[in-house]
Design a protein around this ligand. Structure first.
Ligand code: ATP
Ligand code: SKM
Ligand code: MG
Length: 169
């Protein structure tokens, strides 16, 4: 197995769990949002404002296309699993975990965060409808669905670590 990808909606814990997994298993960790920010020297917000969302989506696909071969953990951005090409690259080059969270928890975690442009421009109802539209595509991208509701970050991390150890050869 080459890579471990974490997919799921904004606030489902991809970045937080990715970091913890990396420490627990001693595997390098990359956060796509942070990597793209670093490459461009801009925040995600600035990229959306300056170039538009579609250009950001191209940057995500380019990241996946060109990322080097390495056994590592990758926390994807919340929209990455929406593109067929992205799903195909992830499934071919690694093991994909979908972090399933309920919308109530997600809203509590992200509604006041200024760093997520899609949250900033959406009402609660609009965000919930995006969440519902995206769900089938997260499922389609994933090899394993992880239920996160009522579980601590530690419990979720340990469960995914167990699955990685089980499937890595
Ligand atoms: N199961 C959980 N229990 C407690 N806190 C959680 C849990 N999952 C996520 N969080 C917290 O919610 C916040 C958002 O999580 P995180 O930034 O990891 O989401 P994300 O999936 O990376 O979102 P995005 O797609 O926007 O990058 C963080 O403060 C994280 O610690
Ligand atoms: O769900 C999304 O579309 C996004 C999630 C974040 O990780 C960032 O990639 C960006 O804010 C867009
Ligand atoms: Mg993240």
């Amino acid at each position: 197995m080459k890579k471990v990808y974490l997919v799921g909606f904004m606030g489902s814990g991809k970045s937080a769990i990715g970091k913890r997994l990396s420490t627990l298993l001693n595997i390098p960790f990359y956060d796509m949002d942070a990597e793209i920010s670093e490459q461009t020297g801009m925040t995600i917000h600035q990229i959306f404002e300056t170039y538009g969302e579609e250009s950001f989506r191209e940057m995500e696909t380019n990241f996946l296309r060109s990322f080097h071969d390495e056994f590592c953990i990758i926390a994807t951005g919340g929209g990455v699993a929406m593109r067929e090409e992205n799903r195909s690259i992830m499934r071919k080059t690694g093991l994909v975990f979908y972090l399933n969270a309920n919308f109530r928890d997600i809203w509590r975690r992200v509604s006041t965060d200024i760093n997520r442009p899609i949250v900033q421009r959406s009402s609660r109802g609009e965000l919930e409808s995006i969440f519902n539209q995206r769900m089938p595509l997260y499922l389609k991208s994933a090899h394993i669905k992880v239920e996160t509701a009522d579980r601590t970050l530690k419990e979720i991390t340990q469960y995914i670590a167990f699955q990685i150890e089980r499937l890595k050869n």
